[in-house]
Write a protein that binds this ligand. Structure first.
Ligand code: KG4
Ligand code: ZN
Length: 333
């Protein structure tokens, strides 16, 4: 019998609940808080935790109804225990722990980054293959050598802003809505990515680290010199987007070649970006590397990826004691 798993994700600004039967999704509920944070141009922790508290119990009810199961039938309860906002993580983990305790079932604490990292393997019944993983989201930009489940080595990370954060901050400068990634991608459509010469910081640094704050600053200094028009905005967004992507693709392929990997995986919110998909596909093809992306609905924060990571650990007989605390700075390795 395939295990029935319920997972809760509340690490940042999405409240999500998913129920899996093995790898089959029985329910996936997400309450986005984007509208609540939009006036501030970013996530406000206090607002986020209030929303999680309001929405998590309702989403739980909806998920159980959608899946057509009762909570008593669930075999294990999982939640994201870090990294993320402390006041948000505490809500999902407390709920999952309470359910595990109440129904006498195991609890599994899941690392949010491991959820992203494993998400490209969710579709099908594929095993986790060794790969070099690019996790690229609003909070993180990481390159990881993945040998097997839970056998990870961090190759590099951003030394300042995450790539998604750079998209969000540049979008804010241009007066675009939060979250900025999809907005910049929309405005950039049909634009000339070579019109503005923007920096590709650390592209040839010889290590696997990233830096995006110089690029953001370059846009800030360039903006007052421009006579803004829809064409200028379009080309500026296309140039900025291409600068981020050139660095992500160049460094990921270099890291995969150095690690001797055959496969690259890409996950996290920024991997929704179609231009990134195209450029990464071209780059991997040229380098003779295989490539797997998470499907778009699993790129941005969701509870299916958390349930999937929990499932793989549960299948190895691993569970988490209820005394395990949240860790806002939880590391992947
Ligand atoms: O994975 P995610 O939902 O949350 C974190 O764990 O951070 O990622 C959200 C980030 C935001 O910065 C958002 O602007 C970015 O992903 N993003 C995109 C796109 N869609 C979402 N960035 C570029 N292009 C997109 N299409
Ligand atoms: Zn995330």
């Amino acid at each position: 019998m395939k295990p029935l798993l319920l997972a809760i994700e509340t690490s940042c600004d999405e409240t999500a609940v998913a129920i899996l039967c093995g790898r089959q999704v029985l329910a996936s509920e997400i309450a986005s808080q984007i509208a609540a944070h939009q006036p501030y141009g970013g996530v406000v922790p206090e607002v986020a935790s209030r929303h999680h508290l309001q929405h998590a119990p309702k989403l739980l009810e909806h998920a159980v109804a959608e899946a057509g199961v009762s909570l008593g039938e669930v075999d294990a309860f999982a939640a994201t225990s870090g990294p993320g906002l402390a006041s948000s993580l505490i809500i999902g983990t407390s709920l999952a722990k309470g359910l595990a305790l109440g129904f006498g079932k195991p609890y599994l604490a899941v690392n949010h980054l491991e959820g992203h990292l494993l998400s490209p393997f969710f579709e099908g019944d594929d095993e986790i293959e060794p790969n070099v993983a690019l996790i690229v989201s609003g909070g993180h930009t990481l390159l990881v050598e993945v040998n097997d489940l839970a056998d990870y080595q961090i190759l590099g990370h951003t030394v300042d802003d995450a790539a998604g954060e750079a998209f969000d901050k540049v979008a804010k400068m241009l007066g675009l809505a939060y979250p900025g990634g999809p907005e910049i991608e929309r405005v950039a459509q049909g634009g000339d990515p070579t019109r503005f010469d923007l920096p590709r910081s650390m592209l040839n640094s010889g290590d696997a680290n990233f830096s995006f704050s110089g690029l953001k600053t370059a846009v800030r200094y360039l903006l007052p010199k421009l006579a803004r028009s829809s064409e200028v905005d379009r080309d500026l967004c296309a140039s900025f987007q291409r600068a981020v992507i050139d660095v992500l693709v160049g460094k990921t392929i270099a890291a995969a070649q150095t690690a001797g990997a055959n496969l690259v995986t890409v996950s996290g919110g920024v991997s929704c970006n179609r231009e990134l998909c195209e450029q990464m596909s071209l780059g991997c093809k040229r380098a003779g590397l295989g490539l797997r992306f998470a499907v778009p609905r699993l790129c941005t924060d969701n509870a299916v990826m958390i349930a999937f990571a929990a499932l793989l650990h549960l299948e190895r007989g691993e569970t988490t004691p209820l005394t395990k605390e949240i860790d806002p700075n939880l590391a992947l390795a």
